[in-house]
Design a protein around this ligand. Structure first.
Ligand SMILES: [Zn+2]
Length: 148
């Protein structure tokens, strides 16, 4: 089961595609499926509940957080138009550093693949540390058979 930070109405609406980026982009369905799959796997294999902390962002929020990528906002209109919201952030501060690294590595090795970007990267520090699940422009996430 996937949860939203502070039971956020905004995140819930973004997840459902009711709320979009400033450019009308919705969270991509392939990424949503991958995030759900990750949540189920993290829960059954590692006993960890995944909490979504960010889906779409405005270009202003990207600037305020000093984000380099436009995966959440689609703010690079030349390249991002029609690509959808290509990232979901999931809280990692409640997970030990060792397990955090393992989950990220396992997600990349046996989870999903798509394009030139790794599916899962760890971002941020301290209380802000999170998994950033993403996909590259022009690609569809492919599910890979997971090793037992
Ligand atoms: Zn992110």
């Amino acid at each position: 089961m996937i949860k939203f930070k502070d039971a956020s109405k905004r995140l819930n609406e973004e997840w459902k595609g009711v709320r979009t980026t400033a450019y009308g982009e919705r969270l991509r369905e392939d990424l949503k499926e991958a995030a759900l799959d990750m949540a189920l796997w993290a829960s059954t294999k590692h006993g960890v509940d995944l909490v979504v902390t960010c889906i779409t962002a405005t270009p202003e929020e990207d600037v305020a957080l000093k984000r380099q990528s436009t995966t959440h906002s689609g703010a690079n209109r030349e390249l991002d138009a029609g690509e959808g919201c290509r990232a979901v952030d999931v809280r990692a501060k409640d997970i030990t550093p060792e397990l955090r690294e393992r989950i990220a590595a396992e997600a990349n090795e046996a989870g999903h693949t798509g394009g030139e970007m790794p599916f899962c990267v760890l971002h941020g520090e301290g209380d802000g540390v999170h998994f950033h699940f993403q996909c590259a422009r022009g690609t569809k996430l492919q599910k890979v058979e997971r090793r037992a």
